[in-house]
Design a protein around this ligand. Structure first.
Ligand code: NAP
Length: 254
């Protein structure tokens, strides 16, 4: 299996890093971009991938379109496609649009940057011309770097908000909590690690324990205790409304 990454920005690098960590041979991945050749050389040195300036998409099995959304359809139109699986990671592009221009099966994927550490969450929206075998191949590729959920036109914006945008929400929460620990005497970096590790452990419990979220809260928040009092502060300030508004705003068509 050969992969061409069109675009060499942060999303592209995160995927490549995760895939190589999962055992994909670096030489089977080729990266290209529009102008920044220094960036390509840097990635070749860092990961051992191949780099190319004038690519021929026909030479690859899977072509990942990892440029900004406005570049995707012009790029698809400019190339000659044969039997490639085309996977776009750009927001607000549909598989139909790519399939109409290429004649190939297309998938719109929405990964997030934790794929670099193989803890990603990727939504996959399959086009009409994607075969069962191609679906399995695409799922397996993204399962190497985390979990996968199948999406469609209605659910993709919310997957994008909940997985693609939410890392920034979590960093925002960590950023708000860190100074409280720093004021208590921890170094800022240590404060950040304490909170991040607590979040990581809580996420692990959420993934391993199927009981309702409310039951997990009850496990920690004894009545009248410090956790229950903190949770009450969050509820008084209507955190649920804040999170709902943030997710809805990120899911809204720009
Ligand atoms: N970052 C995220 O967390 C995230 C999450 C999910 C999805 N995405 C999607 O991933 C895509 C890339 O995001 P990013 O954050 O990695 O962006 P980025 O850092 O700005 O990188 C964009 C890359 O695309 C290249 N490029 C642009 N037009 C091109 C063209 N016509 N042909 C070949 N290469 C081209 C750029 O090359 P030059 O520098 O040479 O111009 C650059 O390497 C976006 O569509 C975004 O919606 C991002």
């Amino acid at each position: 299996m050969t992969i061409l990454m069109v675009g060499a920005g942060s999303m592209s690098e995160s995927l490549v890093k995760g895939w190589i960590a999962s055992g994909i041979i670096p030489q089977t991945i080729t990266m290209t971009n529009r102008a920044d050749r220094g960036r390509l050389s840097e990635l070749a040195e860092r990961y051992g991938v191949q780099i190319i300036e004038d690519e021929n998409v026909e030479s690859f099995d899977i072509v990942i379109l990892a440029m900004q959304p406005d570049g995707v359809l012009p790029y698809v139109k400019s190339q000659t496609w044969t039997k490639q699986i085309i996977i776009s990671v750009a927001a607000h592009i549909t598989p139909d649009e790519i399939e109409n221009l290429s004649g190939c099966g297309a998938i719109c994927a929405m990964p997030n940057t934790p794929v670099a550490f193989r803890t990603g969450m990727t939504g996959l929206w399959f086009g009409q011309h994607v075969s069962t075998g191609q679906k399995e191949e695409a799922k397996a590729l993204f399962q190497r770097v985390g979990e996968v959920a199948e999406t469609d036109e209605a659910t993709m914006p919310f997957l994008m908000a909940a997985a693609g945008c939410s890392p920034a929400f979590f960093y925002e929460i960590v950023g708000a909590m860190t100074p409280v620990l720093a004021e208590a005497g921890f170094e800022a970096q240590q404060a950040r690690r304490i909170i991040a590790q607590a979040m990581k452990g809580s996420a692990e419990l959420l993934l391993q324990d199927d009981r309702p979220t409310e039951a997990l809260i009850d496990d920690v928040a004894a009545e009248g205790g410090p956790t229950a009092r903190g949770v009450q502060v969050l509820r008084t300030h209507e955190l649920d409304k804040i999170m709902r508004a943030a997710l809805s705003e990120s899911a809204r068509e720009a």
